[in-house]
Design a binder for this molecule. Structure first.
Ligand SMILES: Nc1ncnc2c1ncn2[C@@H]1O[C@H](COP(=O)(O)OP(=O)(O)O[C@H]2O[C@H](CO)[C@@H](O)[C@H](O)[C@H]2O)[C@@H](O)[C@H]1O
Length: 545
């Protein structure tokens, strides 16, 4: 039996498992059921990334492939000729898909890397400057079409692409990530299963952020390539207060809703968030629907790519260190000095350096940082922020840099190398997210011995344990999780962290070490995913025609 039973009646996770001999472990692997897994995603690092979705879809597939599954990732091929796609080859498999009132032809590009089939859908609508969702003028107006196309193409890929000589076939498991991939479960139910195709396939919608649902006017339904009788699955009526004029009937289509209605299972990226999305505050209008399906909702906390984010070998940082030898971070402080130099801050290794990395928007609690920054910068600290997003916040960063030139730097833009250098060089990472499905930056920070101060919500609450000097061992904590999310509460938590940094060096090193020693790799997380896959295949498909 998959995962649970291993020779000698020992359970994985059981302390006895540690005692298994090598040949018994081999037996465990032989007993495992390998799945044909198809990730569908709008971004996958290193090919495309604007945030955590790209990180997860760039690393979880590799962890699952390493466990013996056949794994394909289907994502758009943004900007033809871009160097990140240089290793991909055209599969010469032009495929017709039917949506937007006509036939569209897509091409598939492919690269087999780290055990995974990376498949990229090529179409003129993906070949434009900007990020995957928009450019300097805002979000692309045809995003619904662009991601509808992705979903149709992703449903065809396992049937038509002979990767390594064989197609994935119909018996596969689709992992549809966020609304961009949300039409996949709907298409399986509405378009394929009624014709006897994908009858044994299963689908899981993975929600990384429920605030984005892919909502458009009801009149766009006809562009989705779905039969008319499936309109109800996507139907969405805005409450009266959200309507814009007297004749607005509030009728819309909601792609994420369609996915929640049709997927076999629903996954989110932490246990806490799995509960939050069933509440009126956290469900963004979908809480009742999710509550009605809560028996198939699970939360699995994200892992991180521990080879890309490794302070002992990171190519982006100037000095390497480990939990056993912290001298690079604590004594020499080369990463901190290099960061201060790079950003033009006074070189002061003893001055507490606070960092923030993330999208500049409401979710990330950026407004709370704005209101607290003047008070925070009265203290003898340095504060650096890396982010892009809403223009008003970008402008605030520039203005604050001018006003507090010896203490504050705001880097407007998206830069992976700088993100690594801030993570390594800072002493404290601030994450006052209003809500956070999981959050990756606090995990990266802990791995780099940078102590997180976070708002205790969602995945942040689950992964950061508040420092308790009176406890022992692991229970002493790895940072500070404050609540509620107010300016005063955040300032108090940051000030306690600064005081601990300055006056209790041994405690601080303990905090760093415990954070660095946490197991945050995908290995154990992949086991939890496998458990959910097993449940998905145990039940019949949720929608059978
Ligand atoms: N300006 C910048 N320059 C360089 N790198 C930058 C950057 N801004 C952000 N990043 C990077 O983007 C990623 C952000 O990941 P998060 O998980 O913190 O948030 P995000 O809201 O995008 O993800 C959503 O999906 C993920 C994955 O499930 C959830 O963890 C999260 O809670 C949810 O909101 C990190 O790798 C970070 O370093």
């Amino acid at each position: 039996q998959y995962l649970c039973h291993i020779p000698g009646d020992v359970q994985v996770g059981d302390t006895h498992a540690d005692k298994l001999e090598d040949d018994e472990l081999t037996q465990v692997n032989l007993n495992k059921v390998p799945y044909n897994i198809v990730f569908v995603t709008s971004e996958a690092s290193p090919y495309s990334k604007t945030g955590g979705l790209g990180d997860v879809c760039g690393s979880l597939p590799i962890a699952l492939a390493a466990r013996g599954h056949r794994v394909m990732v289907v994502s758009p091929r943004y900007l033809c000729g871009d160097e990140r796609f240089a290793g991909t080859v055209n599969l010469d498999s032009p495929t017709k898909v039917y949506c937007a009132g006509g036939v569209q032809e897509v091409d598939f590009f492919h690269e087999y890397r780290k055990g995974v089939d990376w498949v990229f859908v090529d179409h003129p609508c993906y070949r434009r400057p900007g990020n995957p969702y928009g450019d300097i003028y805002g979000a692309f107006g045809d995003n619904q079409f662009r991601f509808t196309l992705l979903c149709h193409a992703a449903c065809e890929a396992p049937l038509v692409l002979p990767l390594g000589g064989f197609t994935y076939g119909q018996n596969c498991l689709f992992l549809a990530n966020d609304w961009h991939a949300g039409l996949v479960p709907v298409l399986l139910a509405a378009k394929y299963r009624p014709h006897g195709i994908y009858k044994d396939a299963r689908s899981i919608i993975v929600i990384h952020n429920i605030a984005h649902q892919g909502v458009e006017a009801a009149s766009t339904y006809c562009n989705l390539g779905l039969p008319w009788e499936w309109y109800g699955a996507l139907e969405w009526i805005f409450p009266t207060w959200a309507r814009t004029h007297a004749l607005d009937t509030g009728q819309a289509v909601n792609i994420l809703k369609g996915a929640i209605v049709t997927a076999d299972r629903i996954l989110t990226v932490s246990e806490g968030y799995a509960w939050e999305i069933t509440t009126p505050e956290g469900g963004y209008g979908l809480h009742e629907l999710l509550t009605s399906r809560e028996f198939v909702v699970n939360g699995i906390t994200n892992g991180i790519d521990i080879t890309e984010w490794d302070p002992s070998s990171d190519e982006h940082i100037s000095s390497h260190y480990t939990a056993d030898d912290l001298s690079g971070k604590v004594v020499i402080m080369e990463c901190k000095i290099a960061l201060q130099k790079e950003l033009g801050l006074p070189i002061r290794p003893d001055c507490p350096l606070i960092g923030f990395i993330g999208r500049l928007d409401y979710q990330k609690g950026i407004d709370v940082i704005l209101s607290a920054a003047p008070a925070l910068l009265q203290d003898d600290v340095q504060f650096v922020m890396l982010g892009s997003g809403e223009r008003q916040y970008e402008e605030w960063m520039r203005a604050t840099e001018a006003a507090f030139n010896s203490k504050y730097r705001g880097w407007v833009g998206f830069n992976v190398a700088i993100a690594h250098r801030i993570t390594a060089g800072c002493d404290i990472l601030l994450m006052p997210s209003r809500f956070e499905p999981c959050g990756l930056n606090q995990l990266y920070a802990m791995r780099y011995g940078t102590v997180p101060v976070v708002h205790g919500t969602g995945g942040l609450k689950e992964t950061v344990k508040t420092f308790n000097p009176y406890a022992e061992g692991e229970d002493e904590g790895t940072g500070w999780a404050f609540s509620p999310l107010t300016r005063e509460c955040m300032l108090e938590a940051v000030r306690v962290a600064i005081k601990t940094y300055r006056e209790h060096k041994t405690s601080w090193e303990g905090l760093m070490r415990r954070g660095m020693e946490r197991d945050c790799s995908w290995d154990n997380v992949a086991l939890e995913y496998e458990q959910v896959f097993q449940w998905a295949f145990m039940d019949p498909p949720y929608i059978i025609n």
